[in-house]
Design a binder for this molecule. Structure first.
Ligand code: PLP
Length: 823
């Protein structure tokens, strides 16, 4: 990846821009937009992009970390402090980025495959890689890097050692594909599919299709399923076409697909050039079948012999683009990224490792890195540099190749010839109290190591998508007025979603405060290495001592609490301790009422033990338009009370009143800070029933223990409440009311998803299990069952229980394991 390099002069020529030259000359080989993620600062060029946050504000940070090259659209103030830096002055930074990378792209004339579509892009790209890697030196997009920033990062990695590039492109707004096309300029175009929902930012399906097709404007050959272009009236791009599908008349016409005896694989039969050809793929779900056919078509279009293609398709491996965070044995945390390995994905995984603060020791288990033509000495040198930059304390190397370059790694290290050798010695390695990243090439089967190190999980799990959570945070940030700070609510085990796993991510994303309900929650975060200021909303006397020891800041809501806390501070000789004053503007829960203000002011003045860091109140009904007058009144009372406090205290403090729905609905009430709660977890009742900009964070999953064929009239469960109306099948699944799945979901109220189909519960919910009616659904014992996700939602469950999503999320019991992943 770090093979690409340019001199300062070359960059000036390409960008055709003004340069303010510093007194250090460097070779530029790494692109960066994020001053928190720098692995080789000396050779980095930093693009000050204007997105949600203005990259120009992070120039100082990046410079401090050693970055010496900056592309900017505004002249930096205090240029004199950046003596060593080069500034490339352009009109538009993202356009400059695109121009640089597009120019780079044009240096290579080997084929570039461009992949787009609503779903399946990443899988198709990874499978093409698996199918072609034995013949070509392939450069491909890391993970699902397909955006206006991801595509440049991917294309930048093209260099002369490669013989083929596979780049994926994703868009969400009109106009974006034109820019990606300019950078990728694919020779071979693949459209995986088109989702019929015209969600996204397009007027209608036609506009969405025509936008996606813009990628193939100049393609030599375009590979697609005509079914997806039915409602498209324009001209299909590409000089040649290769089509596939079930309808008939396609270049690759699928005539049959049937389940093989093993119960999982699919045998596909197709008509191609007047002959019947076959392929067997080791997957049975509809999406995998479609992606595999898309790959089949691509290899045939490239001129491969049908028999060779079939034999390769039968060996397709599952693809996982997720980094999973799991609880390990011996108090370890495991980051499992054991599906593929190259330098780019290693850098991404190490960055994630570096964000984890819960243990002081960070260990990397790394296999040989499959070469892509790069001289191994250089490859391992580059790997060792990224590893060093990300604070790895111990390396466990697996494979004969990495051992040869063992000297490059300046840290505690051990090597094993293969995975079995490591497993045989695992007890002697004393792996405990550390964060362990598993990063191995497919053939090393690191899933065996993962199995050995992970705690056995109960098969009902709540999956937490950390990337979705990050996206939701960014969404709410985009609604904030300039300079407004953000507190994220991680009370009640982060609304049921987890503790340090979430807090680490929030800390990395530089939120300003965390808020917890009780002192113990704050202590747990401190013990996991969280250094952000933490507000405790509901402190009690027993916890004051602990709070002071762990630097936690209390909410002070009455004179009694103020006096008690002050007394403890005096005993510890503390002065100026940060506290947060809670005002009651109408909730009538905790807080000072307006008539108590004089007494409060009296108690605050001359109290040097505390410092009022912030003053806040809570809205009763910010989500409800019918209560807007009451909300207005709360805001007015808040303004009056904070004005008196400001007057009396004579120093500034932070004012805040908005929770999630107020951020969305009341831009006028942001004051100096907002408190983001449930929206972070993907739920905001403002978006209920309409297309939501939020991403679903939590998915609750269980699985089938047993399946029964029953006859009409048979009854199911306690008190025979479930009655079979006709002959059918019932599955018992491993979730019950002790897990937080309420009895109110019984007897058909609750729905679950089995292999993509919605099915109802039948009979009463039991303590640890319940039954679902799967008549007519293709399902087997052991199959996964979804209790809620983005299709069966927490709103649906809440409605059945006559409650709100908050109670559903926080009610999932602690014995349901949380599993975290990052896409
Ligand atoms: C829980 C809570 C919030 C967050 O509310 P959401 O509706 O989840 O955004 C904000 N402020 C206080 C005081 C809270 O207790």
């Amino acid at each position: 990846m770090m093979h690409t390099s340019y001199s300062v002069e070359q960059i000036v020529n390409i960008l055709d821009c003004k340069l303010i030259k510093g007194n250090e000359s460097t070779i530029i080989s790494v692109l960066s937009f994020d001053s928190r993620k720098l692995s080789e600062p000396e050779s980095t060029i930093f693009f000050a992009l204007k997105g949600r946050r203005d990259g120009h504000n992070y120039i100082a940070d990046a410079y401090k970390s050693g970055v010496r090259n900056f592309v900017v659209s505004e002249f930096p103030t205090h240029i004199e402090i950046y003596k060593k830096a080069n500034f490339f002055i352009v009109n538009n930074v993202i356009e400059a980025l695109h121009k640089l990378v597009a120019t780079h792209r044009r240096k290579y004339d080997y084929p570039v495959i461009g992949v787009t579509g609503s779903n399946g892009k990443t899988i198709t790209k990874e499978w093409l890689y698996q199918l072609l890697a034995m013949d070509e030196n392939i450069i491909r997009s890391p993970k699902s890097y397909n955006s206006q920033i991801g595509v440049p990062l991917s294309v930048w990695n093209l260099d002369s050692r490669h013989t083929l590039a596979i780049i994926e492109a994703g868009i969400s707004l009109p106009g974006e594909m034109e820019r990606l096309e300019y950078i990728i300029r694919p020779d071979i175009g693949i459209l995986t599919n088109i989702g019929l929902a015209h969600s996204e930012g397009f007027k209608n399906l036609e506009e969405k299709i025509s936008e996606k097709l813009a990628l193939f404007k100049d393609a030599e050959i375009f590979i697609y399923n005509p079914k997806y272009l039915q409602s498209f009236t324009g001209e299909v791009p590409g000089r040649k076409h290769f089509t596939w599908g079930w309808n008939g008349g396609e270049t690759l016409h699928i005539v049959d697909s049937s389940l093989v005896d093993d119960g999982r694989s699919q045998q596909l039969t197709a008509l191609f050039k007047g002959k019947i050809i076959e392929a067997c793929i080791p997957f049975g779900d509809a999406a995998s079948i479609e992606n595999a056919i898309c790959c089949w078509a691509t290899l045939l279009a490239l001129g491969y012999d049908p028999q060779i293609v079939s034999s390769r398709l039968s060996r397709l491996q599952p693809v996982s683009m997720r980094l999973e965070l799991k609880d390990g044995l011996n108090n370890c945390t495991l980051i499992d990224d054991s599906y593929s390995l190259d330098l780019s994905s290693l850098a991404i995984a190490l960055n994630f490792l570096n964000q984890q603060n819960q243990h002081t020791t960070r260990t990397l288990v790394l296999s040989d890195i499959p070469g892509t033509g790069l001289d191994p000495a250089l490859l391992y040198k580059q790997a060792s540099e990224i590893i060093k930059a990300n604070g790895v304390d111990r390396l466990i190397g697996i494979g004969t190749e990495i051992q040869k370059y063992g000297d490059l790694f300046a840290m505690e290290k051990q090597f094993f010839n293969d995975t079995s050798a490591l497993l045989a010695a695992i007890d002697d390695l004393s792996i405990h109290d550390e964060t362990v990243l598993l990063k191995g090439a497919r053939i090393f089967e690191f899933e065996r190591i993962s199995k050995a190190l992970v705690k056995k999980v109960h098969e009902t799990v709540m999956e937490i998508n950390l990337s979705a959570l990050e996206a939701n945070l960014n969404y709410y940030r985009s609604l904030l007025n300039p300079g407004v700070k953000i507190t994220t609510m991680v009370k009640a085990f982060s609304y049921g979603s987890g503790s340090y796993e979430i807090a680490n991510l929030l800390q990395f994303n530089k939120v300003d405060y965390l808020a917890v309900a009780i002192a113990d929650e704050g202590v747990a975060l401190r013990q996991a290495g969280i250094t952000l200021p933490i507000m405790v909303l509901n402190p009690d006397v027993d916890g004051y001592q602990t709070m002071i020891e762990h630097d936690l800041q209390p909410e002070i809501y009455s004179i009694r609490v103020l006096n008690d806390f002050t007394a403890i501070l005096r005993r510890h000789n503390k002065t100026g301790y940060n506290i947060h004053l809670k005002l009651d503007t109408g909730m009538h829960r905790l807080g000072f009422m307006e008539e108590e203000l004089p007494a409060l002011l009296n108690a605050l003045i001359n109290n040097d033990a505390i410092k009022v860091t912030s003053v806040f109140s809570h809205l009763t009904s910010s989500e409800d338009p019918e209560s807007d007058l009451f909300t207005d009144q709360q805001i007015a009372i808040f303004e009056r009370m904070t004005a008196s406090l400001e007057n009396a205290l004579q120093y500034p403090f932070i004012k805040h009143i908005s929770n999630t729905s107020a951020i969305t609905r009341r831009r006028d009430a942001q004051f100096d800070m907002v408190r983001l709660g449930i929206g972070l977890y993907g739920v905001d009742s403002v978006y209920q029933g309409v297309e939501s900009p939020l991403k679903t964070v939590a998915t609750l999953k269980t699985c089938i223990s047993q399946i029964k064929d029953l006859s009409a009239g048979d009854t199911v469960g306690y008190n025979r409440r479930g009655v079979m109306k006709a002959d059918g099948r019932v599955a018992t699944v491993k979730i019950g009311y002790a897990d937080g799945y309420s009895r109110k979901q019984g007897n058909g109220a609750g729905k679950m998803l089995v292999n993509g189909q919605v099915v109802p519960t039948i009979g009463n919910i039991c303590m640890d299990m319940c039954m679902i009616d799967i008549s007519g659904v293709d399902a087997r014992e052991g199959d996964e069952v979804i209790v809620f996700n983005d299709r069966v939602t927490v709103y649906d469950l809440a409605r059945n229980q006559d409650t709100i999503p908050y109670e559903i999320l926080t009610g999932i019991s602690q014995r349901v394991k949380r599993v975290y992943f990052y896409e």
